[in-house]
Design a protein around this ligand. Structure first.
Ligand SMILES: [Zn+2]
Length: 140
């Protein structure tokens, strides 16, 4: 069993070691990765989840692209197209949960009936109203 002091010493030693021999650290890591294929650190998993290309399953039950195709990549409120959206906001058009707050909801309601395509402006207007009514204590 190591004492706290020893552990601290080792930590300092490793810090210097990593700075002095970055290629050795890299080689060790590569070797370790070979023995543990497909390993992802919790930070990597969190990053992948947060990335818009990978959060489809978590946030839309894997229905995002289906919804976009059904709505022909067009905002269902104002009719803005995905192309215009990219030009104006620099990102693809969004998919919204009609009922339940989507990202912040505890129970996600992923269904074709509950998902629709919205542009950022209409999305913001809708969710803004929602949070406003919550602030006022009137419920969603
Ligand atoms: Zn719109």
């Amino acid at each position: 069993m190591r004492t706290t002091e020893q552990r601290e010493q080792h930590r300092c030693y490793m810090k210097v070691y990593r700075q002095r021999y970055p290629e050795r650290v890299k080689a060790t890591k590569a070797k370790w990765m070979k023995r543990h294929p497909g390993y992802k650190s919790p930070a990597q998993i969190a990053w992948n989840k947060s990335h818009p290309h990978n959060n489809d399953k978590a946030r839309y039950g894997g229905l995002r692209s289906t919804v976009l195709q059904r709505d022909q990549f067009t905002c269902q409120v104002c009719g803005m197209t995905d192309k215009d959206h990219r030009l104006q906001f620099g990102r693809s058009i969004t998919v919204d949960h009609k009922q339940g707050g989507g990202r912040y909801a505890e129970v996600k309601q992923h269904s074709m009936g509950n998902l629709w395509t919205l542009c950022l402006r209409c999305h913001g207007r809708k969710d803004g109203k929602l949070s406003w009514s919550k602030v006022k204590g009137k419920g969603a």
